[in-house]
Design a binder for this molecule. Sequence first.
Ligand code: CA
Length: 230
Amino acid sequence: MRLLLVEDHERFAEFVKTGLEKDGFTVDAVTTAANADAAFAAVAYDTVILDLGLPDADGLSLLKAWRDQGNSTPVLILTARDGVDDRVKGLNAGGDDYLLKPFEMKELVARLRALLRRPGGTLGTVIEVGNIAFDTSAREVRIKDKAIGISRREMGVLEHLMRRAGRVVPKDVIEDKIYGFDEEVSSNSVEVHVSRLRKRLTASKANCVVHTVRGVGYLLAVESADDETL
Ligand code: CA
């Protein structure tokens, strides 16, 4: 899951980003409303964490502008303002949830997952394709009901392939979802993760195969029952 963190307090933003990355999120952090707007226009984020007090504009006007454009990406508002009025204003401007500072990382993560599970959101708790089960809350992959060891990037690739099982997922979409702005992406890195993922799936006797669609991307498909008996 790729998310945009809009927070002008840099050390705090770094702390939140690090915490979320440990939980499997890919995080782009920006410190101004202008940069937030530019990032939001360039990337299809799964969710946004928005601080209201920004140096160049009010987070609320930014949110209102996004909603006026018809964008329904879930937005969690983060702020030190604790007045009921601010909370109401935030939700009226199109915020989906509200978290007051200070908070604990585990509460932020729980709220984000709840937000993404709502109808229209993109996150379910357990996605199943063939004999693979992906628990998006626990960040655990089970094949034939046994948990397997898997790296964060491979997990990111698998998650997107599973969400669109049976359909081609373009390579640049996968790349976009598993890397943030500040991460180096070598041109063959998605191939490398896919190749490792394939080996893991085979080793764990998954009945799903990652097919390469030349020049486009990848597709996860369940092998037929006939293949299973071979
Ligand atoms: Ca602030």
